[in-house]
Design a protein around this ligand. Structure first.
Ligand code: SF4
Length: 371
C-alpha cells in the first residue's frame, strides 16, 4: 500500500453544495469516533506497507483536538512504515484554524495543509453556505505559515450562480497574492441531494454549465502565467509541489481508507467502508465494488486516471505491463477517433489530452467504459 486516507466525518454546518459524507459535530461523537478509528487502523497493521502519504480529509479534520490528532498520528506511525519524506496532509476549514492548532499539527508531523478557501467574496461564501468569512482565510494562512508549515494548498470553487468573469478573475488574483504552493479549482457541481440541488431551478443550473468552460480557460491561462503548472485537470502547482497523495489515486496505486465511507484500493479491487456510522463502528464493514473486479473497467479507469495527468498522460508500455495486452488492441479505434477530433495528442509511447479536451474531459473518459 502506498497511501492512507483517514475520513473525519464531522462538520459544524452543511455547505450548500456538499454531498460528502458528513455528520453534525458533537464532541462526544468525535471521542467515540477516535476510539473506533484507532482500532480500525490497528487491525490493518503491516510492516510491509511503505506509506508515501497520509491524508486527513473530511468532513472537517481541523475539528480534531490536538490530543486526538497526536493519538491518530502515533497509531499510524506505530502500525505502518511511514517513509521519512512522506507527505502528511490535513484538510482544514479557515474558521477552525488557530495558532495553537497549527503549531500542534506541525509538531505532530503534518507537512502540508489543504485549506478550503472556496471564495474571497463574502457574498459568494454566503451563497455556498460556508461558515468562514474572508478575514478567517487570511488569519488561518498566517497562522499555518507562522507555525512553519511551508506546503499549503488552497481550494476555490468556480462557476457560482451569478458569478461574472470579473468576479472569478478577482478570486484568482487574490489567491495568487497568497503565494501558496498548490491550488485546486473545482467547478461547482450541483448534485440532487445537496442544498443547491434542492433549491436551484433547472434554468439556473443550465446557465452555470454554459459559463464553466470559459472560466476554466481563464483559470488555465492566468495561473500558468503566474508560475503554476497545470498538472491535473483540477490542480495547479509550483514546481515540485504536486500533491503526492492525489498522485497515488491518479497513478492507480493502492491505498488504505479508514473511517466511515472511506474508500480503499488494493491495486485491483475498490472497497468502500459503510457510510452508516453505526455499521462502520460496529465491525468496520466494507463493501467490495464488484464492477472494479471487471478487467474492462480496470483498464478504463487506469486509462482515464492517467489522462487526467495532463503532462504525464497514458504511457502505452506501462498499460501493457499492467494488463498484459497492448493499449492499441483495446482502444486503438477510439483513440484514432479522438486524435482526429484533436482531443488526444499522440506522442509515440504516450497519449495526452489536448488543452481543448481538458474542459470536457469527463465526457471523453466515459467513452472508455464498456457498454
Ligand atoms: S466543510 Fe466540506 S465536508 Fe463539511 S459540509 Fe462543507 S463541503 Fe461538506
Amino acid at each position: 500500500m502506498s497511501g492512507i486516507y483517514i475520513h473525519v466525518p464531522f462538520c459544524k454546518h452543511k455547505c450548500h453544495y456538499c454531498t460528502f459524507y458528513s455528520l453534525p459535530y458533537i464532541r462526544e461523537d468525535m471521542e467515540y469516533y477516535i476510539s473506533k478509528i484507532l482500532t480500525e487502523i490497528e487491525l490493518h497493521q503491516s510492516d510491509d506497507a511503505r506509506i508515501e502519504s497520509v491524508y486527513f480529509g473530511g468532513g472537517t479534520p481541523s475539528l480534531l483536538s490536538n490530543e486526538d490528532f497526536s493519538k491518530l498520528i502515533s497509531k499510524i506511525k506505530g502500525s505502518f512504515v511511514v517513509l521519512e519524506d512522506a507527505e502528511i496532509t490535513i484538510e482544514v476549514n479557515p474558521e477552525s484554524v488557530t495558532k495553537e492548532k497549527a503549531l500542534a499539527w506541525r509538531q505532530a508531523g503534518i507537512n502540508r495543509v489543504s485549506i478550503g478557501i472556496q471564495s474571497f467574496m463574502q457574498e459568494e461564501l454566503g451563497k455556498l453556505g460556508r461558515v468562514h468569512d474572508v478575514s478567517d482565510i487570511y488569519q488561518a494562512i498566517f497562522d499555518i505559515k507562522n507555525a512553519g508549515i511551508s506546503n499549503i494548498s488552497g481550494d476555490l470553487i468556480c462557476g457560482l450562480p451569478k458569478q461574472t468573469k470579473e468576479d472569478w478573475q478577482a478570486n484568482l488574483e487574490k489567491i495568487i497574492k497568497l503565494d501558496l504552493e498548490h491550488i485546486s479549482i473545482y467547478p461547482l457541481q450541483i448534485e440532487e441531494n445537496s442544498e443547491f440541488g434542492r433549491s436551484l431551478d433547472q434554468e439556473t443550473i443550465d446557465k452555470l454549465d454554459d459559463n464553466m468552460i470559459e472560466l476554466m480557460q481563464i483559470t488555465h491561462t492566468y495561473l500558468e502565467n503566474n508560475g503554476y503548472l497545470h498538472y491535473e485537470i483540477a490542480n495547479y502547482a509550483k514546481a515540485g509541489f504536486e500533491s503526492k497523495h492525489n498522485l497515488i489515486y491518479w497513478k492507480y496505486k493502492p491505498y488504505y481508507g479508514f473511517g466511515p465511507a472511506a474508500a480503499s484500493f488494493d491495486g485491483k479491487v475498490r472497497m468502500q467502508n459503510s457510510s452508516s456510522f453505526a455499521k462502520w463502528a460496529n465491525g468496520f464493514s466494507k463493501e467490495i465494488d464488484l464492477a472494479s473486479k471487471d478487467k474492462k473497467i480496470q483498464m478504463a479507469e487506469y486509462t482515464f486516471l492517467a489522462l487526467r495527468l495532463l503532462r504525464r498522460g497514458l504511457v502505452k508500455s506501462s498499460f501493457e505491463s499492467k494488463f498484459g495486452i497492448s493499449f492499441d488492441s483495446v482502444y486503438g479505434k477510439l483513440i484514432e477517433e479522438l486524435i482526429s477530433y484533436g482531443w488526444i495528442i499522440d506522442l509515440e509511447d504516450l497519449y495526452i489530452l489536448s488543452e481543448e479536451a481538458m474542459y470536457f474531459a469527463n465526457q471523453i473518459f466515459a467513452e472508455f467504459l464498456p457498454d
